[in-house]
Write a protein that binds this ligand. Structure first.
Ligand code: HEM
Length: 412
């Protein structure tokens, strides 16, 4: 009798699996698929399916090698999987994420100073009150959807840095949620959701244009003023400046939101880690690193080869798309001991949750501060969380997260 081993079973399940299909991430234990790929086919050819063909990179060292090598691997055409790969990406060669040096360096210089740890530190007291109030409301209600509870945190943070006046934060949150509200494919493909998203997006761009005009007249110490100045100096066109505004609103929105949700899930799944963190807040910084590794809110980025290259024993031709799966690199046992365990004391923790190389997350200081504040306020206020029903994963190749997470929270 022939024995069927687990790798055989996974291999046959993999045949025909399209890694670009968002539904894969909603419906299956995708970590199992990627564990198999890391061990048996680390630089994997994904033939054309819902999207054009691409290479899939799943081991830590190979992912890091791609992210650090901007000469061979370009960001300029597009930087994620998605339907824009069929018809072209409007940000190509223009948006910070979609450029290579020297244009990339020039664009990053416009906003760098607004994202230093010092610049974002001034927001901390305000963010504490935003998240503290949101948790208090959830505790008072007894039951909540955590995905909703944490929604205001990223929008309020970036709105403050951009220089959006406080009275506009709530409407901005409503518009941002309507425009980019869900990374979930089921929402994105609904015609009515698409129409209202386009309308909300147009309103956001008009808002940005107005604000830039105001700042051109009356400069302040904020990002919209930096964009208005770059526009006046001819470094950005009007449209480039609006794309930048868009990117900043979008870049940290779903990522941070689902990072916070992932943080609580990690603590719920590993209650010993929650006890440890509650008792010793000096662990907050390593805990944030562990959230970014274990939950990996950004699932992947994409690069296009400029020359023929060799990677993980495969020859990749110039002009090929190469997908770097952060979450898979972050679970590579070659680098992380017991990689599926959520361990707030993990050290060292060289995770790729915020990317690496020249496109390393611009909002890293802001994102880590937001998650630190969230964990700290959570440990102060919440003693336990009970899942009311199993969470549904987002159908998304881009964001690791959940459509909703219904919980009953108990005070600390
Ligand atoms: C937990 C939260 C976050 C995660 C997991 C995350 C993840 C990432 C990753 C993986 C990249 C690299 C993209 C690439 O290599 O092409 C990136 C870049 C970027 N992130 Fe974040 N991010 C987060 C929060 C934020 C926040 C709060 C902002 C604020 C606006 C932000 C703005 C950006 C921008 C503008 C880039 C592009 C940088 C460049 O191309 O030079 N991110 N982020």
């Amino acid at each position: 009798m022939t024995m069927t081993t687990t790798p055989d079973l996974v291999r046959s399940a993999l045949l025909g699996t399209d890694l670009a299909d968002p539904q894969l991430f909603a419906d299956t234990d995708y970590h199992r698929t990627f564990r198999y790929l890391r061990e048996h086919d680390p630089v994997h050819w994904n033939p054309e399916g819902v999207e054009p063909a691409f290479w899939s990179v799943t081991r830590y060292d190979d992912c890091l090698a791609v992210l650090k090598n901007t000469k061979d691997f370009s960001s300029a055409v597009t930087n994620t999987l998605g339907q824009q790969r069929w018809h072209g990406d409007e940000g190509a060669g223009r948006m910070l994420t979609h450029t290579d040096a020297p244009r990339h360096t020039e664009l990053r210089r416009i906003v760098n100073k607004s994202f230093t740890p010092r610049a974002v530190a001034s927001l901390e007291p305000y963010l504490r009150s935003v998240i503290g109030d949101a948790l208090d409301r959830a505790l008072a209600a007894g039951e909540c959807d955590l995905v909703e509870v944490v929604a205001l945190l990223p929008v309020a943070s970036i709105a403050a840095l951009l220089g959006v006046p406080q009275e506009d934060w709530e409407p901005l949150l409503t518009l941002t949620t309507a425009a980019f509200g869900s990374a979930d494919q089921d929402v994105q493909t609904s015609p009515s959701a698409r129409a209202s998203a386009a309308q909300a997006h147009a309103q956001l761009l008009l808002y940005c244009q107005d604000l830039m005009d105001q700042r051109a007249e009356d400069p302040r110490d904020d990002i919209v003023t930096s964009l208005a100045e770059a526009r006046r100096a001819g470094v950005l066109t009007e449209e480039d400046a609006m794309l930048f505004f868009d990117l900043l609103l979008l870049g940290g929105n779903e990522t941070t939101r689902h990072g916070a949700v992932g943080a609580l899930l990690g603590l719920m799944e590993f209650p010993d880690q929650w006890r440890l963190l509650r008792a010793d807040r000096s662990l907050l910084t390593p805990a944030v690193g562990e959230v970014l590794r274990w939950a990996s809110p950004s699932k992947h980025v994409l690069r296009r080869t400029v020359h023929d290259v060799e990677l993980g024993g495969q020859r990749i031709e110039a002009g090929a798309d190469v997908v770097v799966w952060h979450f898979s690199a972050n679970r590579d046992r070659r680098v992380f001991t017991d990689p599926d365990r959520f361990d707030v004391t993990r050290s060292p923790n060289p995770h790729l949750g915020l990317g690496a190389g020249s496109h390393y997350c611009l909002g890293a200081s802001l994102a880590t501060m937001e998650l630190r504040v969230f964990l700290d306020e959570l440990c102060d206020r919440v003693g336990a969380a009970e899942m009311l029903r199993p969470p549904a994963h987002l159908a998304s190749t881009v964001i690791s997260g959940f459509k909703n997470l219904r919980l009953r929270l108990t005070p600390a």
